[in-house]
Design a protein around this ligand. Structure first.
Ligand code: SF4
Length: 372
């Protein structure tokens, strides 16, 4: 049987999706994830309302980062800056330092700018998708998530987990990159008038814990009776994806210079562009070439440079391979650079790729150390 016929036949054998939201909410009431920014269904029923600041902060952190990675950063942020006014009052440099390691650093700059704007309007976040989208760093997904979760207003919240669930529920054979509108329409039709915020979180939780990319646990799924993919065959075939183009490869060299007292030489990256405003050890440019401009020959100052290994890091659009060199240097920091004392390194705004480079040269250097 042709796949399209299989899909049609499966759809006629599944229940109509009109009661999907109640079934999903009943499942969520029992099986929701405990998350530090979340108001549980029980608390919600008792009248506890989510704090829009915490929902906004968590959603910005969760853009392109996993829940597990975000949890500890979220706790540090709300401890340091418990509300949007406190975050607005913080120096940008401190926010960048607290963000270091979470990646996609333009998010941290937008977070700070957004906090400044919201604080200037009395600390109240807009409660509509359109109003939220006017703020920096808040796009279609984040505005829908905040509208639904923080304000309990109906909004179609579609992240990667939800795309997978919907693709399977309706056996969508269109490649995912071209099926966004279709998926959104399905979600819009499913959002209930009551508890839209819990519904949005329930869909996310279902995708994260039951309808997983590999080996979905369909036997435990509250939507099983409405799921076209589980009837028609292998749910793992959905969503349908076009083959990925290989990431381009770039190369360069990183120079980890250390003073006698263990201080490491750093500099700040330009505000604009990749890793903008973050801290780094001196590096060459990162290009597809391998020549004198991307090797030890390009060391920024003379020294006893020795190879300390190679590190790799994958960015969104390219993979980077850095040769790491290490030297002991005496004297003043060259112009545009500064010495970071050994016990201060862990608090610097070092992105993960730079921590990897420093660790290759001096194992343990980026971990927290006591001042002498
Ligand atoms: S039945 Fe299986 S494939 Fe369908 S939505 Fe549930 S977990 Fe996903």
């Amino acid at each position: 049987m042709a796949p399209a016929d299989q899909t049609r036949k499966a759809q006629t054998r599944t229940r109509m999706p009109d009661d999907m939201a109640p079934r999903l909410l009943a499942w969520y009431d029992v099986h929701h994830r405990e998350l530090p920014w979340r108001v549980s269904p029980r608390e919600h029923a008792r009248g506890v309302r989510p704090d829009p600041y915490r929902i906004w902060l968590s959603e910005v952190m969760l853009q392109q980062t996993t829940v597990e990675a975000v949890k500890s950063y979220f706790r540090v942020f709300v401890e340091k800056w418990p509300d949007v006014e406190a975050l607005a009052a913080a120096p940008t440099e401190d926010v960048m330092k607290a963000w270091a390691g979470l990646g996609y650093y333009s998010r941290a700059r937008n977070l700070k700018t957004c906090a400044d704007l919201v604080a200037a309007r009395g600390g109240r976040f807009p409660d509509t998708e359109a109003g939220l989208r006017d703020l920096p760093g808040i796009g279609a997904y984040t505005s829908a998530a905040i509208t639904a979760i923080a304000f309990d207003c109906p909004a179609a919240v579609v992240d990667g987990n939800v795309e997978r669930v919907i693709s399977r529920l309706f056996s969508i054979t269109t490649p995912l990159s071209e099926a966004k509108t279709e998926i959104r329409a399905h979600v819009e039709a499913m959002v209930p008038a009551a508890r839209p915020g819990d519904f949005a979180q329930a869909m996310m939780d279902l995708g994260a814990t039951i309808c997983t990319p590999r080996r979905p646990r369909c036997m435990l799924c509250p939507l099983r009776e409405s799921c076209s993919a589980v009837v028609s065959g292998d749910p793992e075939n959905f969503p349908v994806r076009l083959p990925k183009a290989d990431k381009s490869q770039r190369r360069g060299a990183a120079f980890v210079a250390m003073r006698e007292d263990g201080a490491i030489l750093l500099r700040k990256r330009p505000e604009k562009g990749l890793l903008g405003g973050m801290t780094e050890v001196p590096t060459t440019g990162w290009t597809a070439r391998v020549d004198g401009a991307t090797t030890q020959a390009a060391a920024p100052f003379p020294g006893d440079w020795r190879r300390a290994g190679t590190i790799t890091h994958v960015f969104t659009h390219f993979a980077l391979e850095l040769e790491v060199f290490h030297a002991h240097i005496k004297g003043e920091a060259p112009e545009g650079h500064f010495w970071s004392l050994a016990h201060e390194i862990s608090g610097e705004a070092l992105p993960t790729v730079m921590k990897k480079a420093i660790e290759a040269a001096i194992p343990g250097a980026t971990k927290k150390q006591r001042p002498h």
